[in-house]
Design a protein around this ligand. Structure first.
Ligand code: NI
Length: 256
């Protein structure tokens, strides 16, 4: 019933308990997980997991904080991986001026390359944006026919409107459950139901009441429950609609 559209089961954090973490997700209504890569190693691992489990799909990309290290041949490998039948998107990529204020030109360059690949290969783009709302919007608005998602969106509701106007989806994660998560709660209120996705970004950003602990995909349920409360809909409606949105965006055959 639930799709966790952004989870890093390819993280070292799950080296010792991956099977348990996956089982707990399945026991908590999660039917599909999209494992997101962010560098060469995690891209490879995401594909490996997607080949092993029928309910896991992969995405491949280069994170903005690594932008300065990306070489020409890295894109060649990325394109090859993009053509893999279990790879459903490109990213995460984007702009991050919180962790890296120094290599902004490199970040923009690597982001643009991935946007162009997203359009060329018709795979949705997974966008990471941290303290870079305006710059991210400026880059994206140079393109037409965008398909993708603002992952774990942390910008303002006003900016969310602009990203929606570009044709993008908005994905919310753990922060929407935080007691002081006023901004994401407002975003949850305003995003139209047919453009909304949910995620955990696990092992990061554990929802309330597990804030600060290692996150896991089972907890996407807490995200769905909080959004249901905010939008005054049932948990089931949120689960069903966000799953259907995810299947459509990532071109995955819907489970029935
Ligand atoms: Ni992530």
């Amino acid at each position: 019933m639930l799709v966790d559209t952004h989870v890093h089961l390819n993280s070292k954090k799950y080296r010792d308990n991956l099977e348990e973490v996956i089982q707990r997700a399945l026991d908590n209504d999660v039917e599909t997980m999209i494992v997101v890569g962010y560098d060469k190693e995690t891209n490879r691992l995401a594909i490996e997991l997607a080949e092993k489990y029928p309910f896991i799909y992969a995405t491949v990309g280069f994170h903005p904080t690594d932008a300065r290290y990306i070489k020409v041949e890295d894109y060649e490998l990325l394109v090859k991986q993009l053509k893999h039948k279990r790879v459903v998107g490109i990213g995460e990529c984007g702009l991050d001026f919180y962790w890296d204020k120094e290599f902004i030109d490199e970040q923009i360059e690597v982001f643009k390359r991935q946007i162009e690949l997203s359009i060329q290969y018709n795979k949705p783009i997974i966008i990471h944006m941290r303290e870079a709302s305006e710059a991210t919007y400026n880059v994206l608005s140079e393109y037409k026919n965008l398909k993708g998602v603002m992952h774990c969106y942390s910008g303002s509701p006003e900016m969310a409107k602009f990203f929606l106007d570009l044709g993008l989806h908005i994905s919310l994660g753990g922060p929407v459950t935080f007691l002081n998560g006023h901004k994401p709660k407002k975003v949850a209120e305003m995003v139209p139901l047919d453009r909304l996705l949910i995620e955990t970004d696990a092992p990061y950003l554990s929802p309330h009441p597990f804030r600060g602990k290692t996150n896991e995909p089972a907890r996407v349920k807490l995200v769905a429950e909080e959004i249901a409360r905010i939008k005054k809909l049932s948990y089931k409606e949120i689960a069903k609609q966000t799953a259907s949105n995810a299947y459509k965006l990532f071109n995955i055959k819907e489970k029935v």
